[in-house]
Design a protein around this ligand. Structure first.
Ligand code: SF4
Length: 65
């Protein structure tokens, strides 16, 4: 399973990631994106969101297993 994080300093709250992968991201009350659970079937959408974020605020984190 992938793990992603949002750089809240960079995030401009455009909501694009939420539109692309609504199960993986949500906008917080402060108007910044937050990561929910990244299910395996959502991974391609999450990848698309990472590539689509206009400020590059979403990054993938290596999970040490
Ligand atoms: Fe923030 Fe990027 Fe998501 Fe827009 S696409 S809400 S800038 S993380």
């Amino acid at each position: 399973m992938k793990k992603v994080k949002i750089d809240k300093e960079k995030c401009i709250g455009c909501g694009l990631c939420v539109t692309i992968a609504e199960k993986a991201f949500k906008l917080s009350d402060e108007g910044k994106a937050e990561v929910l659970v990244v299910e395996t079937e959502e991974e391609s959408k999450v990848q698309e969101a990472i590539e689509s974020c206009p400020v590059g605020a979403i990054t993938e984190v290596e999970e040490p297993f």
